[in-house]
Design a protein around this ligand. Structure first.
Ligand code: HEM
Length: 140
């Protein structure tokens, strides 16, 4: 009897943590999980590379590393099971001279990539709201 009760508790516990996890990672799922996020970030970076307003910022940047780090970050802030291993936004954008128009240009490419991947608009806005506080550390 005791064994059954504790087995039931373990089962209940895992169901509950599963429910909590599913709730907190709904955005992550809407972004297409890890592979969807990697595709979105790749498309965003391709758009950026083709955009003469901001491409120059990335001329000497290791794009594969940047792709990995931005993907980790988006995965992490959207509630996915990823750790962000890069520098802080303040450190990595320090002295780059990025202004509001540059920031908005990059966000345009992020939105275009999410559109391309059929991410629902509400989920797009949710991700943008999670990234918005980083603006103060990125723009000078
Ligand atoms: C919400 C917007 C942004 C996010 C989430 C973001 C995220 C990141 C991340 C994760 C890194 C890598 C950090 C590291 O090296 O450890 C990075 C680096 C970089 N970002 Fe951003 N970024 C944003 C906006 C921008 C904008 C608007 C620009 C320029 C137009 C920009 C230019 C760069 C450059 C040039 C680097 C490479 C710096 C280096 O390796 O020396 N970022 N960003």
């Amino acid at each position: 009897m005791k064994i059954w009760v504790s087995a039931a508790l373990v089962l209940l516990g895992s169901m509950m943590s599963g429910a909590v996890q599913a709730q907190s990672s709904e955005l992550y799922q809407q972004l297409g999980e890890r592979s969807g996020i990697e595709t979105i970030v790749e498309e965003m970076l391709l758009g950026v590379a083709d955009d003469e307003r901001i491409a120059h910022y990335f001329a000497d940047v290791d794009i594969l590393r940047l792709h990995k780090l931005i993907s980790e970050q988006v995965c992490n802030v959207s509630g996915g099971p990823c750790e962000y291993t890069g520098d802080s936004m303040a450190v990595s954008h320090n002295n780059l001279g990025i202004n509001n128009a540059d920031f908005n240009a990059l966000v345009e490419h992020l939105i275009a990539a999410m559109e391309q991947e059929n991410v629902p608009v509400a989920a797009q806005n949710e991700l943008l709201a999670l990234l918005a506080p980083m603006h103060q550390d990125i723009v000078e």
